[in-house]
Write a protein that binds this ligand. Structure first.
Ligand code: MF3
Ligand code: CO
Ligand code: CO
Length: 243
């Protein structure tokens, strides 16, 4: 029940910030708006802030940045794509969710990248059933990516989430025969595939957080926190507006 509340709060932040994602706004400004909303309106804590030294309250990953981008002073430009990843900590548990937004008009191929990445996440969520191994999730995601000639990032994976931000449960987004952990009712974990237009290999920046594609081509990500029920996964990070 606490996870339902935290999940809803995280999703509310994405609903709130969408209107601010426009050419000219800096990722620092988006970070500040989210921080203020989480702390002052929600009475919650932005989990990324000071997490293993992360300096900001949300992750903002633009264009070729795969994940864990650090908000900075660069203004968004028409044609960019940006993932905003929000994790709130409330009443002892975490809700973790992200969306990739287009900034103004973007190319047809970028729209397709965003759309098929969301679809890949949805197919991963739909593969969740008690009794199956967790690798059914990555298998479904990878199959969809291949169909659309998109790459799947392997260096970053979904994770158990709850009282801990990242628990030991690992959820790869590609088919891993060794990911044989049985899915059980009551588990809470994230599914957060990162798909790429080109080669999915990642490189780490000198800030030790930002990961971008080696080939510099664009990448998108979506993330939900889910709860396993007897008949499948329930998304916890949705709102009535819903992504
Ligand atoms: N929210 C990210 C995830 O989906 C983790 C961000 S860690 C941070 O797991 F320190 F970069 F914020
Ligand atoms: Co996550
Ligand atoms: Co996240």
């Amino acid at each position: 029940d606490k996870m339902r509340v935290a999940g809803r709060l995280a999703a509310d932040v994405l609903d709130m910030i969408e209107d601010f994602v426009k050419p000219g706004v800096s990722t620092n400004e988006l970070d500040e708006i989210c921080h203020k909303f989480i702390v002052e309106e929600q009475g919650a804590t932005p989990a990324p802030l000071n997490y293993r030294g992360f300096p900001k309250s949300v992750c903002t990953s633009v264009n070729e940045v795969i994940c864990h981008g650090i908000p900075d002073s660069r203004p968004l430009q028409e044609g960019d794509i940006i993932n905003i990843d929000v994790t709130v900590y409330y009443d002892g548990v975490h809700g973790d969710t992200s969306v990739t937004f287009p900034v103004g008009e973007v190319t047809e191929r970028d729209i397709q990248l965003i759309k098929e990445t969301r679809k890949a996440m949805d197919l991963g969520i739909e593969a969740v059933k008690p009794g199956r191994p967790v690798n059914v999730i990555g298998r479904a995601i990878e199959r969809h990516a291949k169909r659309h000639s998109l790459g799947v990032v392997r260096e970053f994976i979904g994770h158990g989430v709850g009282t801990e931000f990242h628990s030991s449960l690992q959820i790869p987004h590609y088919y891993d025969p060794y990911a044989s952990t049985e899915i059980l009712p009551g588990m809470t974990f994230t599914i957060e595939p990162m798909l790429t237009l080109g080669d999915p290999s990642a490189q780490m920046w000198s800030d030790n957080w930002t990961a971008s594609t080696r080939d510099g081509r664009r990448t998108a990500q979506f993330e939900h926190t889910i709860l396993v029920l007897e008949d499948g996964a329930k998304r916890l990070t949705v709102t009535p507006v819903s992504y």
